[in-house]
Design a protein around this ligand. Structure first.
Ligand code: ZN
Ligand code: ZN
Length: 241
């Protein structure tokens, strides 16, 4: 990155994405998504496409919207990274809502208007991918389902994933997606809450996340032995430490 580009990004960190979105430059969006996602795959390509389609219908851009534009994503897989990268709605800026439905779909809405655009995949996801790269899903089954993939397969998996992703984006969005207008059901702004110091571990913890330990209040959930809600590859669950 040269210094001019860095200065531009200091001014507007979303400028590269905004330009790619405006130019309908799907390949650049996919490449930039892979910077955070770590590989190319059909899921992230679909996330990129669904986001470009949804944002076009919703209108506006993605850089003014720290907490204005919201995305509600229904799957915690590769697709979600395409959504986060291109829309700029992320777990960290509280513009992302995760609904644990296990569907390749995303809803975009603005804070001032509950009317959202839901973009959902049409029909059978696997058939879409098989049509552009029939070797991809058999490799997924080998790599992910069996966990028996050898180093050779890992390389093939990455290669076929990349081929599938770049082939998918050649097709019009409505080959794979359809949209509907929905009531988004957006949450209120993320509250700014006080923190306190947990008497058990001495770590600072948001007061809204504290729990009772016997008669005493103000412990973090780990010290209190309370269940800790989490999101992992299985969806929303609960951990006990
Ligand atoms: Zn992926
Ligand atoms: Zn603690």
């Amino acid at each position: 990155m040269n210094s001019k580009e860095r200065e531009q990004l200091k001014e507007n960190p979303r400028s590269n994405f905004d330009r790619a979105i405006q130019n309908r430059d799907i390949a650049t969006c996919l490449v930039k998504t892979a910077e955070i996602h770590g590989h190319y795959c059909p899921g992230s390509a679909f996330g990129v496409m669904a986001t470009l389609m949804g944002l076009k219908i919703l209108g506006g851009n993605t850089s003014e919207g720290m907490e204005d534009l919201m995305a509600i994503v229904e799957i915690n897989a590769c697709f979600a990274d395409g959504v986060q990268a291109v829309s700029g709605c992320t777990l960290g800026n509280n513009a992302l809502v995760y609904r644990d439905l296990g569907k390749m779909a995303v809803t975009f809405a603005r804070r001032d208007n509950q009317a959202g655009v839901r973009v959902k995949i049409k029909g059978n996801l696997r058939e879409h991918v098989d049509r552009v790269q029939p070797e991809f899903f058999p490799l997924v089954e080998k790599m992910i389902v069996d966990r028996e993939g050898k180093p050779h397969d890992e390389k093939a998996f990455r290669e076929k994933g990349r081929q599938a992703a770049f082939a998918l984006i050649q097709h019009p969005f409505d080959t794979y997606f359809e949209t509907q207008t929905v009531q988004a059901g957006l949450p209120p702004y993320a509250p700014i809450v006080q923190s306190l110091v947990c008497p058990g571990c001495g770590e600072t913890v948001m007061v809204t996340k504290t729990a009772w330990k016997g008669e005493k209040f103000g412990y973090c959930r780990a010290c209190a032995g309370a269940g800790i809600p989490n999101v992992d590859g299985r969806g929303i669950g609960q951990d006990f430490l």
